[in-house]
Design a protein around this ligand. Structure first.
Ligand code: TAP
Length: 515
């Protein structure tokens, strides 16, 4: 199973050096794929100091893909040391050269797009066609977008008072923060890495990243491509392992100055606490959501049905901005429910590599179990299960697209996130805009939201009144690398993507000169 992969790696922007690692080789999805399975520290793939490993599983059939090195606090300490040394080079490099290396990485990711998508699919259960376009495609776009920012990060001159007694010049500089920790979830393993790491690197920081333990493989393949692109040693370090051990070690490390996290609200709060107690490091948190989608009777119903389904079932519901609750105006409610049932009936559940498959297996067994529990809670709580709620009759971690209607505000499933393919439908009285807004806002989450109506004034009124970091009008899931993304309330703070994301990884220095 193991063989030696020799890869030519250009170091810096100059000379070539041979780069080897223990590679796993597989033939899957009618192609040969090659990927690392060890920790990535200082531009080398190395076993963990303890020698521990863990198995990563393919959710389509629950087979073991390979063993992966399992890091601990000692490995994190080693990676942080490398990142401190890497910072000397990376933060001082000409910004345009930094951008050139990031563009090179994006080009290499593009050249390995099929291989990355195949790896993402076997590790996370993503449907291959979606992995190509979204999981990998958007990751590449993210690196290209932030590569372009490298030489455009600039401060300002400030007109402070000149009369005390001489003239003054006051200006700001945007500096990198230093060594950053990044901790990512399992739903879009490479894309969540890209959303944070691209901004972090463009700003001139170095990084120690922990991928979710259930989906480590594309982050390791990414590391190989980063070394080949010419990132200097220590700039990017990847430590697979558990959140409790590796994640905590990153959060508590006194030389890590910032942690970027995407995951659950519960863990986000622990990270904030650890960051405060260790060295008051900066944090940004992209947390859970229960995003409301309001569908008015004056909408384009075909579009609302199609996009309502996409809003819930995209990436098997393992989507942080998934529409967690649909509010449908009473006069179209029954027709809407009938049409979404028809639409879901057209979805093909199956092999993620079959190009006609729409719906793949859930990410891992514990998550599948949580969906079964979620649906049981829905039925026990009195909601009407009109579709799904169970596993189809096939091997693998598949779960049928599910629809609940008659969901009342006080029911557990009306408040909690499923993070799976479960549509929760509630009615609201015709014309009761403020009433439905009050119900939509009655959640501690505030990640995303959506509204379908042809009435522009109504759409803008709802956009103004809704408490969420993202509002989609007559569309859903339309994220873009150039548009800031992040939540309100207990969905966290700090933005990924767009210019805003850079600020999460920069500090502002103000210099005042008297002359
Ligand atoms: P979590 O359980 O919070 O895990 C996220 C990451 O944190 C994993 O890498 C995990 O490690 C690590 N972790 C766990 N405990 C930790 C600790 N005490 N200290 C430091 N790190 C720790 O979330 P999940 O189950 O992977 O993902 C689902 C959640 O993420 C959902 O609530 C979803 O809404 C949210 N999410 C939000 C967004 C955005 S953009 N807002 C995007 C995707 C997902 P392990 O490998 O050990 O689990």
């Amino acid at each position: 199973e193991f063989s030696r992969a020799a890869i030519l790696c250009s170091r810096g922007l100059g000379g070539k050096k041979e780069f080897t690692y223990d590679a796993i080789k597989m033939n899957v999805n009618n192609m040969d794929i090659t990927f690392p399975h060890q920790l990535f520290i200082n531009n080398e793939f190395v076993p963990s100091i303890s020698g521990d490993t863990f198995e990563t599983i393919n959710p389509a059939d629950e087979s073991v893909i390979c063993k992966v090195s399992k890091g601990n606090a000692d490995d994190v300490a080693k990676a942080v040391k490398a990142a401190i040394a890497g910072e000397e080079v990376w933060s001082k490099m000409n910004a345009r050269d930094r951008g050139a290396i990031m563009y090179k990485l994006a080009d290499l990711m593009d050249a390995h797009r099929e291989e990355l998508a195949t790896l993402e699919s076997i590790d996370s259960g993503a449907v291959y066609t979606l992995a190509l376009k979204t999981h990998i495609g958007m990751s590449i776009d993210t690196f290209r977008y932030f590569a372009g920012w490298c030489d455009k990060i600039q401060g300002s001159t400030i007109p402070i008072n000149n009369a005390r007694p001489n003239r003054n010049l006051s200006y700001t500089k945007k500096e990198p923060i230093g060594v950053c920790g990044i901790i990512t979830p399992w739903n879009y393993p490479l894309m969540m890495l890209a959303w944070k790491m691209a901004a972090c690197l463009a700003a001139g920081n170095t990084v120690v990243l922990k991928p979710a333990q259930v989906t480590p493989l594309t982050s390791l393949k990414f590391a190989e491509l980063a070394a080949r692109a010419g990132f200097p040693p220590g700039v990017i370090n990847i430590i697979p392992g558990s959140g409790r051990v590796v994640g905590t070690a990153i959060v508590n490390h006194p030389a890590v100055r910032k942690v970027g996290f995407t995951g659950s609200t519960e863990v986000g709060k622990q990270i904030m606490e650890g960051a405060a107690k260790s060295n008051a490091k900066k944090v940004s948190l992209e947390l859970g959501g229960k995003s409301p989608l309001i569908i008015f009777s004056d909408c384009d119903l075909d579009k609302a049905v199609r996009m309502g389904c996409g809003g819930v079932f995209f990436n098997k519901g393992e989507n942080c901005i998934a529409a967690g609750r649909l509010f449908v105006e009473e006069s179209i409610h029954d027709e809407f429910v009938k049409r979404v049932i028809e639409e879901v009936g057209k979805m093909k559940i199956g092999d993620p590599f079959d190009r006609s498959t729409d719906h793949g297996p859930q990410n891992h067994r514990a998550h599948l179990q949580s969906l079964l529990d979620f649906c049981k809670a829905g039925v026990d709580g009195g909601a009407k299960l009109v579709l799904g709620g169970k596993q189809p009759d096939r091997t693998g971690l598949f779960f049928e697209p599910t629809i609940f209607t008659d969901v009342k505000d006080d029911m557990w499933i009306a408040k909690e996130e499923s993070f799976g393919p479960v549509m929760i439908i509630s009615k609201f009285k015709d014309g009761d805009i403020d009433g439905v807004l009050e119900r939509a806002n009655a959640t501690e989450y505030g990640l995303a939201s959506g509204v379908f109506t042809k009435d522009l004034s109504k759409a803008l009124y709802v956009s103004d009144q809704i408490h969420a970091g993202t509002v989609f009008v007559n569309t859903y899931n339309k994220t873009d690398v150039a548009a800031p993304f992040g939540g309100f309330k207990q969905s966290g703070f700090g933005k990924d993507l767009g210019q805003d994301a850079l600020n999460e990884y920069l500090r502002t220095k103000c210099v005042t000169i008297e002359y």
